[in-house]
Design a protein around this ligand. Sequence first.
Ligand SMILES: Cc1cc2nc3c(=O)[nH]c(=O)nc-3n(C[C@H](O)[C@H](O)[C@H](O)COP(=O)(O)OP(=O)(O)OC[C@H]3O[C@@H](n4cnc5c(N)ncnc54)[C@H](O)[C@@H]3O)c2cc1C
Length: 423
Amino acid sequence: MKNQNVLVIGSGVAGMEASLILADAGMKVHLVEKDSLIGGQTIKFEEVYPNMECATCMLAPKQQEVLQHENITLYLLSQVKKTEGSAGEFKVQIEKKARYVSLINCIGCGACYDPCPVSLDNEFEQGMSQKKAIAVACPGALPNVPAIDADNCLRLNGKKKGCNACEQACGFGAIDFTEKDETINLEVGAIIVATGFDQFDVSGLAQFGYGKHPNVYTAMEFERLYAQNGPTEGKLTLREERPIKSAGIIHCIGRKEKGYCSGVCCMYSMKFAHFIKDKAPEAEIHEFHTDLCIPGKSHQRFYEELSKKIDFIRYEDVEVKGNNGNLEIIYTHSNGKRDSIKSDMVILSPAMIPSKGTKDLAKVLGISQDSMGFFSTQDQNLSPIDSEKEGIFIIGCAEGPKDIPDSVSQAEAAAGRILSLLQ
Ligand SMILES: Cc1cc2nc3c(=O)[nH]c(=O)nc-3n(C[C@H](O)[C@H](O)[C@H](O)COP(=O)(O)OP(=O)(O)OC[C@H]3O[C@@H](n4cnc5c(N)ncnc54)[C@H](O)[C@@H]3O)c2cc1C
């Protein structure tokens, strides 16, 4: 019988779905996640298009199932460092970083955060709030157990060897400074790559004024601004806490530079207009787009409803200027006419790009990347999830930009393929 163990790399919506199907079918799943929590990018969202379903309500039961499933072994703060072999008999080496907080003893009370003397930008919150060197990414993170950032913890980086503020505050003996990084060797029959995406860095495009004008936000910053468990607890305000009276949402950022349409940004940009209208109904909203990408049976209806309330403007080029905190969006219409509008807030919707580390992982797995940097598949029509190596499957945004339903469909497809390959 072939090896019935499967390695899944990445615990976003795609990796979790594939893991659960395989685990329910009796296979042993080893789920490797580089972060200290599971859920991927989708857990940053308050609601998801097209039906504005509560993201947490949709994801938390899946996350809990992953954490509790007897057939899933989860490796957090971990990365795959070596692989060899072929379908049915891969050998895999994983490096697991120490968390320094026991997943068993910690009850998630958070008593250890305040005493920690170190404050850092919270990356999960896109730097819009601070966290301690011992922290969970956001309220509701799963597992609800903090991790210690070894590079910034004064005790672990040797800057204040005697510091044990968190250890003293913990009533459950959950802090363990002696924990060591581990190397884990596994044998698996198949591998699923579900490492997702990152966002195109807009800071290199000076015309949008990101980083210069405080009320120019990226899409991911805006998601966190709207989220109840985000840095403002869902209060939608400008950085200087003025209410929003007007907003411009600029689609297709980085499309020219990257040479592809992510196919998701138009829909999430419209979701943002819906969010603003929900909290500031009087706000004037303009959506600036090149082509509008709104495929699918329910997406069109969403657009039609929204276009009754907000303006859609097709642009040739666009720039953002600022003056004493007031923003101006200057743009050229598709007919060549130059125009401008004033706006309190600008949201930039950048392209989705391969997640950091894709190149290294491709090397480790012995598979290739496509011309855009995502993992290659054999044939976009008939083998859309097969890497060129038998037994290694690419799903979700690791394969290319896509939305949640398409990511989940690929996860289900990969699980089906593995069940037929190995059982
Ligand atoms: C601003 C924005 C809003 C969006 N809104 C919606 C929406 O409303 N509705 C919708 O359908 N879609 C939406 N999307 C798209 C949605 O985010 C994606 O479809 C979904 O996140 C894809 O899931 P995934 O599992 O493929 O990847 P991800 O969510 O990116 O998860 C990948 C996981 O892999 C981990 N990982 C990465 N590299 C490694 C590695 N080397 N080793 C181990 N682990 C690794 C990551 O830490 C992460 O946990 C939106 C996208 C953006 C940018």
